[in-house]
Structure formats: C-alpha cells, structure tokens
Design a protein around this ligand. Structure first.
Ligand SMILES: [Zn+2]
Length: 456
C-alpha cells in the first residue's frame, strides 16, 4: 500500500464550504485522500509504513486543472509575437503543417513537465493539427507523453475541415476530410477513453473553431460525442474578427451559431469566451456550458478582457487554461490564478474577484467543466489524491499574512510536493518523472528543426 501523511501545513480544501486549516494534515492511501483535517494526523489513523512529510511553511491545495492547451505549440514559441489571432494563425499554420511525431513528443513532454512544475495535475490538450497519414501516430505520442510525465490527460481530439478554398482560414493542405476526422476521433474514444473515477486519460471531441470547421463537422461531432458519452470542446468568441466571420458566413453571432448546431449544452466547454454579450452569457449559463478562461493568452494576443465575474453571475461554470505556448509563452498555470484575478479587477474594480475565487477557478472550476468534479478539484476524503504542496518559505512568500493570498498574488511559488493519484510527480521543486535538462535539449532541437525545415 502506498501511504503518505502530510502534516503541519496550511490547507485550502476548496470544498463547497471553503474549509481551510491554518495548520492541518492530509492522509493519502492507495491514490485517494482518506483524511483531511486540522492539527496533526491522529496517531490511531496513521496507515502502516506511511511516508511522513512535514509541510511547515507550506500551503496544500488541490492540484490545478488546466482546461485549455495546445501542447504541440511548445515547439513553436516566439513566432508572430506582435500579431492578431488571425495573423498569428496564418503565420503559424505552415509551420504546424510540418509537425511530425518526434516534434510532438518533444513538445508535449516538455510542456507537461513545465505544467507539473507550475502545479497542474490535470491537463486538457486540444490538438487539432493532424497532417495526412500521421493522425494515429500523433495520438499515441500524446498519450505516451502524459503517461511519462505522470499527469492526467484530457485529450481533446481536434480537427479542421474548412480550408481556404471552402472559405476557412487554414490552408487546404493541413485540413482533414470530414469523415476521416470523425472516424479518427471515434477511434480515439473507443481505444482510450477511461470512464473510471481515477481515469488518467479521457478523450473529448473537439473541432477547432467556427472559422476552420464546416457546419456539418460541428453537427456530426456533437452527435458523436453524445453517442459515445464524452465531452465537446472548441474555441469560441475569442476575437471580434471571429464574430465578424460568423455574421458574414452564417448570418448570426458565434453563440447563436453554436446553439443551432447543438453545442450549447452542459457537456460542452468553450475556450476563451472573451466577447459574450448579456444574451450569450444567459444562454451559456442556462445550458450549463463551461468556459475555459485563458487570461494571459487573451492579453498576449490583445483580444480583450473576458468578463468572468459576469459569467459566474450568469451561472456559467468557469475553469482556467494557459492556452498554447505559442500564444502565451509563459505557460505557467499557477500564474493564471493571479492573471484571472487581475483581469476581473481591471474590468470591475478591486471587489470583482478575491484570491479564493481565483483558486476555485483553477481547481474545482476546471474539474467541473471537464466533468471530473466528483473525483478531482478539492481536498476531501474519498477524492483522488491530486495535491499541490506549495512552498511559501522562500524570499517571494515568507511572512505574507495569508497563504492563499501569497499563492495567488505572490510570485510563482515552488512546489514542495505534487502528487497525482498519490504518486509524487514533483518533490522539492524537482520533477521526479523525467530529466528536465534532457527535455529542454529535445525541445530546443525540435523547435529549431520546425523553424528551419522547408515550408510545407
Ligand atoms: Zn487555444
């Protein structure tokens, strides 16, 4: 039996009541949290041969949940650094068309390693570039990378079938045929989607965006997801250019369009949602459609300020995402807590969001929109032992009056420990599952190779 006892640590459980302990304990047995409470662990409750960890000066929170990412973009960081979304995409599509399994392997392992070091225990990876003949190989590489680093993966199997010649944005040679995209997605669900409470791997159906996907693919994707009982994911309302595109091509706003094709539903989560008017907020809230808020990516691309306080007031479930590293080179999930709070306050002033609300977005909020809130996202007995133990003893945090404020408003905190299903992934600030120097060398080589290869 694998057992860990963490003691003498501040704990923010992020349960429904917002229970916190100034100094408390956590007991982990066989991958599950079996006890959490104030003070030291009761001697009679200690499992045999438990590893005991002194969490003095630390804050324990649920592991963070990253609800929107494109891990392959770790190999294309720093391109098109001062562009609008459409300019940035147009610049990068030809680079991504050269993606091979070895690039994706290097990018995904490096990106997941960085996410683990930033407190993430669950990662939704939206991958939508499948150059001809490589689709199955790329899925296998993505899954192997997550297994190697030890994080939970929600693989959102993306697709694009509307190239330039059909009025879309991507060049024709990187889009898939509609049937091929749907078949490959169904195959990924059948082969890999795990429905167990402790699932390390789930699959979602995820056509890329309204301007790169046909109406037929959106409709069929929704039908496929419901047939298989899995979630739907896409980008929506990221820019005003997208809204203009939808009005011009489909004669309505993006949310109205997605409603018509069956997507505004409780099994869907949408990335960005920067430009939602009151009617769109009402529709999403009434349907229970989730939003992956990506505040740093929105800032990097200058797309606008997503109004999360209004979304929460409308009843929209909201989680956080770092988005792809090509549009947000920092890629640090812990720092998104602060950026989410700052964005809310820039919109509505100092009372718009507090540190605990930001932490909820990054934990239980994310677990909810991925459909995992019964088992992930808070520190409660019976839940999966996905725990971040933040070390607040260093220069950046020592002495701050409140540990949750220290985590959210302070600089990026190092991790004393990060566990996924009770397995240590990070200890004393070091990744335990891979050699980060070797990952960085692989990432540098893959990035250079993609930059220098002839354009597809
Ligand atoms: Zn994205």
């Amino acid at each position: 039996m694998n057992a860990i006892v963490i003691e003498n640590t501040a704990i923010a459980t992020v349960d429904a009541a917002g229970t916190e302990h100034a100094s408390g304990h956590l007991i982990i047995e066989d991958g599950l949290i079996t006890a959490v409470g104030p003070g030291p662990a009761p001697e009679g409750a200690l499992p045999d041969r438990a590893q005991r960890i002194d969490g003095s000066g630390c804050l324990a929170t649920p592991g963070l949940v990253n609800t929107h990412h494109h891990l392959y973009q770790w190999a294309t960081r720093g391109h098109a650094a001062d562009h609008t979304l459409f300019e940035w995409l147009t610049d990068l599509y030809p680079v991504w068309a050269r993606l091979r399994p070895e690039h994706v392997q290097a990018a995904n392992t490096a990106g997941l390693a960085w996410l683990a070091l930033s407190g993430a225990t669950t990662v939704a990876d939206h991958h939508y570039v499948y150059p001809a003949g490589q689709a199955a190989d790329l899925v296998d590489v993505q899954i192997a990378a997550a297994a190697q680093i030890g994080l939970r993966l929600h693989l959102a199997r993306g697709s694009m079938d509307r190239g330039v010649s059909d009025g879309g944005l991507p060049p024709d040679h990187i889009v898939e045929d509609l049937d091929a995209a749907l078949d490959a997605t169904a195959d990924a669900v059948d082969r890999h989607h795990d429905r167990s409470p402790g699932a390390m791997l789930q699959i979602a159906v995820a056509p890329c965006s309204p301007f790169s996907v046909s109406t037929e693919l959106l409709r069929e994707a929704a039908a496929l997801a419901r047939d298989k009982g899995v979630r739907l994911h896409t980008h929506l309302c990221e820019t005003l250019d997208e809204a203009d595109y939808c009005r011009r091509v489909h004669g309505c706003d993006p949310v109205e369009y997605m409603d018509k094709v069956g997507w505004i539903a409780p099994d869907t989560w949408l990335a960005h949602a920067v430009h939602l008017d009151a009617d769109a907020q009402r529709r999403l809230g009434a349907a229970g459609t989730g939003v992956a808020h990506c505040p740093s990516s929105n800032a990097r691309l200058g797309t606008g300020l997503a109004d999360v306080p209004a979304m929460l007031a409308a009843g929209i479930p909201v989680g956080l995402g770092v988005d792809g590293a090509a549009s947000q080179e920092a890629g640090h999930l812990g720092e998104e807590l602060r950026q989410a709070l700052y964005t809310a306050r820039q919109l509505h002033g100092p009372h718009a969001m507090d540190a605990r609300t930001a932490l909820r977005l990054g934990t239980i909020g994310g677990a909810t929109i991925l459909g995992r809130d019964d088992h992930l996202g808070s520190l409660e007995a019976g839940k999966q032992a996905d725990i971040a133990l933040w070390d607040l003893t260093g220069l950046g945090h020592a002495g701050i009056a409140d540990p949750v404020t220290a985590l959210v408003l302070g600089p990026a905190a190092p991790l004393r420990l990060l566990t996924v299903a009770g397995r240590p992934v990070v200890e004393h600030g070091e990744l335990r599952t891979a050699d980060t120097a070797a990952l960085a060398r692989g990432l540098a080589a893959a990035s250079a190779n993609l930059r220098e290869a002839p354009r597809a």
